[in-house]
Design a protein around this ligand. Sequence first.
Ligand SMILES: *Cc1c(COP(=O)(O)O)cnc(C)c1O
Length: 433
Amino acid sequence: MNERLKDDIRRSLAVADAVQYKETCWINPKKESITQGASSVKLIADKEIEEAKKRLKRFAGYLMEVFPETTASNGIIESELRAISHMAQCLKEQTAAEIPGKLYLKMDSHLLVAGSIKARGGIHEVLKHAEELALAAGMVKEGDDYRVFASEPFRQFFSQYKMQAGSTGNLGLSIGIMSAKLGFQTIIHMSADARQWKKELLRSKGVTVMEYEEDYCAAVAAGRKASQEDPKSYFVDDENSRDLFTGYAVAGARLKKQLEDAQIAIDERHPLFVYLPCGIGGAPGGVAYGLRQVFADAVHCFFAEPTHACCMLLGMATNEHDKVSVYDFGLDGKTAADGLAVGRPSAFVGKVMEPHLSGIVTVSDEKLELLKEELLESEGIYIEPSACASFGLLLQPEQLHSYIKMNRLEDVMDNITHIAWATGGSLVPESLR
Ligand SMILES: *Cc1c(COP(=O)(O)O)cnc(C)c1O
């Protein structure tokens, strides 16, 4: 390990814990207040998120046509917010500490079509590319009814093109299912962590699955290279994609509406704490960014990572972002949380999140497994181990309380709405649960 990394370890308690696989919580010293006018430049424009929202609306009719299960929600793919008081009780008993406020589960684990949070960003980026191709070819124009995308001439048209992505599994499912439905030739490059059933499910939809013995970054690199060599191929680049990010960010305004409908107040005296499992950072970053856009300083967003693959913590705490990997710090990157098995963070998410993120918590694989069982027993809800990272900070009550204190929220802490963002699980076959 070079001297600079050793310095990083000496400077930060959280980094020192992380490199020993110890569960920890890093608090972001660069977070800024939005209401007091965050000084930072906006790296993602509000307009881009607004456009993503409108695009998903334009395609709602098409989605109902090809995925009839989305008819009940008018072609908008959104998830339930459910109170989970039995699980809250379970967590309290485990830590022998109070969790001030009320606990909810945001069930992206059950998002239609893709069964994970990737239904937000992945489907958005595929639809955006399809729309751009169709507009450029004069097959649609602004204001048209997009149900034509389901017609044979469109499928024929898209079949000349390729869509590719690298994935640990869930991104591949969302990109693969959507782009194969549109008619694209679809190739998903899967890392060693990807589960067999995910590969089989994709193949059953006509998707070509390439398998790699290496980690996620290697699968992405191989996919990117294959795509660059083919002018008719488009690569969904999880390490750099703004279109994934804005698709995820649409969740902010949607959650606001959901909370209003449930008459749950969110403001400075009724804070919202949101816990998001983090792999490369795109999904949790996009959602958190969208939440800060609508709730400003009333929302406190935390990422959660496995102790063996805490790439975002290492990247943000050292300010090295994608210049460092977990391997550089001697970690092995191996985790049963396959959705989070990422050794190097996104090239831009850490920087975008600098003024917005409250902190990053890490969770051991053993705890993830235990949390999965507890949620199933207490609430009858199955989510995959990766998604259980969202309970991480609630198992570290001292860290949670110290954050509450630091932010002078003690007076209002009983008003906190906690949301554990469940990121995947509903497509996991019964036999593997
Ligand atoms: C992809 C994924 C995440 C994290 O998303 P990133 O964009 O990789 O950070 C979390 N949980 C599950 C289940 C996922 O599939």
